[in-house]
Design a protein around this ligand. Structure first.
Ligand code: AP5
Length: 216
């Protein structure tokens, strides 16, 4: 059976993490978020985390070299045999080439990309309202999906936090970096005939339905 190696593309705050969790549950594929892996490394104070922390806080991209090892190791695990949902990787053309090499070296099928389109101004207001649970990873939005009890996670009751890189000046820098480095990936996968674009500005249920249809 063909593997489903799926890449979620889109600007910061487009809903990649939100949709990756849903798709992961529906398709039974692991959700691999390089942002989550890096944030965990920062929390745990590992060597990777120490190297990545300042770059992430500034809104820049962590070096390709630091990402290659963790992505390669994660994709080689047995739960990736039927496919994966990549969220936040690749992030530039060099990483796309590295991913091609990793998939081929592991004997896996090439990746298909699913792009979420959302306007920059909607992103700034969405990310300003994002709150996350540091204990279980649930993500809320004060405007579109608030927790039932203010400031507390519905699932586990932990106090919700705002991500360090969700301050307006950092969001604007992340968007600038996205347009310069990540947006060209859409053309790459389009040229390969491996890109589906979905309107990420609709409600999360509408986005999910469009993604499921695109995955086929
Ligand atoms: P990363 O964690 O990948 O961040 P990002 O790409 O900026 O994406 P976000 O996690 O901010 O947003 P999202 O699209 O997942 O949206 P979400 O679903 O949460 O990377 C962080 C940093 O790590 C990078 O800046 C970089 O430094 C480093 N990094 C990571 N990967 C790297 C790599 N490969 N190379 C180099 N550096 C790397 O939704 C956002 C909010 O909107 C939530 O509140 C949510 O509830 C809400 N929402 C979601 N969908 C909708 C909807 N349809 N309508 C209304 N609200 C919605």
């Amino acid at each position: 059976m063909a593997q489903k190696n799926l890449i979620l593309l889109g600007p910061p705050g487009a809903g990649k993490g939100t949709q990756a969790k849903e798709l992961s549950a529906r398709l039974g594929l692991p959700h691999i978020s390089t942002g989550d892996m890096l944030r965990e490394a920062v929390r745990e104070g590992t060597e990777l985390g120490l190297k990545a922390k300042a770059v992430m806080e500034s809104g820049g991209l962590v070096s390709d070299e630091l990402l290659t090892g963790i992505v390669k190791e994660r994709l080689a695990r047995p739960d990736c045999v039927g496919g994966v949902i990549l969220d936040g990787y690749p992030r530039n053309l060099a990483q796309a080439a590295i991913l091609d090499g990793i998939l081929s070296a592991l004997g896996k099928d090439g990746a298909r990309a699913l792009e979420l389109e959302v306007a920059d101004e909607a992103i700034v207001s969405r990310l300003g309202g994002r709150r996350s649970c540091p204990a279980c990873g649930a993500v809320y939005n004060l405007a579109s999906s608030p927790p039932e009890r203010a400031g507390r996670c519905d699932r586990c009751g932990a106090a919700l936090v705002q991500r360090d890189d969700d301050k307006e000046e950092v969001i604007r820098e992340r968007l600038r970096v996205y347009h310069e480095k990540t947006a060209p990936l859409s053309d790459l996968y389009r040229r390969r005939g491996c890109l589906a674009t979905v309107d990420g500005g609709q409600n999360p249920e509408g986005v999910l339905a469009a993604l499921v249809k695109a995955v086929g």
